[in-house]
Design a protein around this ligand. Sequence first.
Ligand SMILES: [Zn+2]
Length: 112
Amino acid sequence: MPIYEYRCESCGLKFSVVFWPPDRPEPRCRRCGSTRARRLISRVALLRGEEDRLDRLADEAAGLDEDDPRSVERWARRLGKEMGEELGEDFEQALAEAESEASREESAAEGS
Ligand SMILES: [Zn+2]
């Protein structure tokens, strides 16, 4: 069951909502009652409990350009550092592959 993280645009409170059906009203901030909440990317839900030092990364995640793999990758690497071993070797491997893929594309573009 997905957990979505929202940040209230009125008071800045971050809160989580467990799967919100699309035919329901938008989630309401439990501090100020505003419905102007912005959904953060769902993987941020993994960070619950690490609050302070990861809050900044969560904010950045909300602003990531998903069409720019390099910026997503940079963010993911820093996330990996913050999370320590929890993401495991598979995660490192996937990042390494994405990275070499990106540099191959870059050198191909330079050569043309
Ligand atoms: Zn609020």
